[in-house]
Design a protein around this ligand. Structure first.
Ligand code: ZN
Length: 251
């Protein structure tokens, strides 16, 4: 499904490039369209499929140039707010893998994420480092507590999407998530924004990786200042280079 209306927004960035192209084409000056959300991909979670070639054999069926943006570990007001602002300016929808305790502490932001049309997903209650160091029972409890906390904060059900902290899964937890029809998300590429760096260095790193990979599930953290700071420019760079954002929702 192509959401043409999503492309109707205008961004002040890249105006010069659009204007130059219009002059060359002899047409009136257009406003550069926002990056937008090109289409929605519906994810069937029956059997607990696993996505993301960093950890698993397969990933989402994305075409060349298509990216699914995911943000982990929030919400935290200082950084999640600017991230949401940047996504809103470009009409981009993403998936947020929230930590339950952060959701409980910042319910306003959980509801703001939901109200903006992003997908809410689960990243455990307490972000154990890692679930491989916990018993199966303790691990499963932290996963289910996270889901409950996010749903209580949101006032609605969340997507049956789960991402392991540090991608540290276990065969037993994977089997149980499969039994519960919860999709497990890894990533196809990441920003490495757990490492401290300047917004400029962060922008350079993630842009280089996206250009090389051409498509995939991108992992970022809305809890990182460097990520929040570079996001508007990153979205603009994706737009300039012809990338398209795909929004993942559960079936
Ligand atoms: Zn995390």
């Amino acid at each position: 499904m192509i959401l043409e209306t999503e492309k109707s927004g205008v961004t002040r960035r890249d105006f010069a490039a659009g204007a130059a192209a219009a002059l060359l084409a002899g047409s009136p000056l257009p406003a550069q369209a926002a990056l937008g959300t090109a289409r929605v991909i519906t994810v069937d979670t029956v059997g607990g499929p696993r996505f993301g070639i960093k950890s698993y054999p397969g990933t989402l069926p994305l075409a060349d140039g298509e990216l699914v943006l995911t943000f982990d570990d929030g919400p935290l007001p200082a950084t999640t707010g600017p991230v949401l602002d940047a996504l809103a300016r470009d009409n981009v929808r993403a998936t947020f893998f929230l930590i339950g305790r952060n959701a409980r502490a910042n319910p306003t932001f959980v509801r703001r994420i939901a109200a903006a049309g992003h997908t809410l997903a689960n990243h455990t209650m307490n972000h154990p480092w890692t679930l491989r160091q916990r018993s199966f029972e303790a691990g499963m409890k932290d996963i289910l507590d996270g889901q409950d906390a996010i749903e209580q904060a949101a006032g609605q059900k969340i997507a049956p999407f789960f991402r392991f902290p540090g991608f540290a899964d276990t065969p037993e937890l994977l089997a149980e998530l499969s039994r519960r029809n919860i999709a497990v998300w890894g990533a196809d590429l990441w920003a490495s924004d757990w490492n401290e760096m300047t917004p400029e260095a962060q922008l350079q790193l993630i842009t280089t990786r996206v250009v090389k990979a051409r498509k995939g599930i991108v992992l970022l953290h809305d809890t990182r200042r460097q990520t929040a700071a570079m996001l508007p420019t990153f979205l603009s760079a994706l737009n300039q280079r012809g990338f398209r954002v795909v929004h993942a929702v559960p079936a």
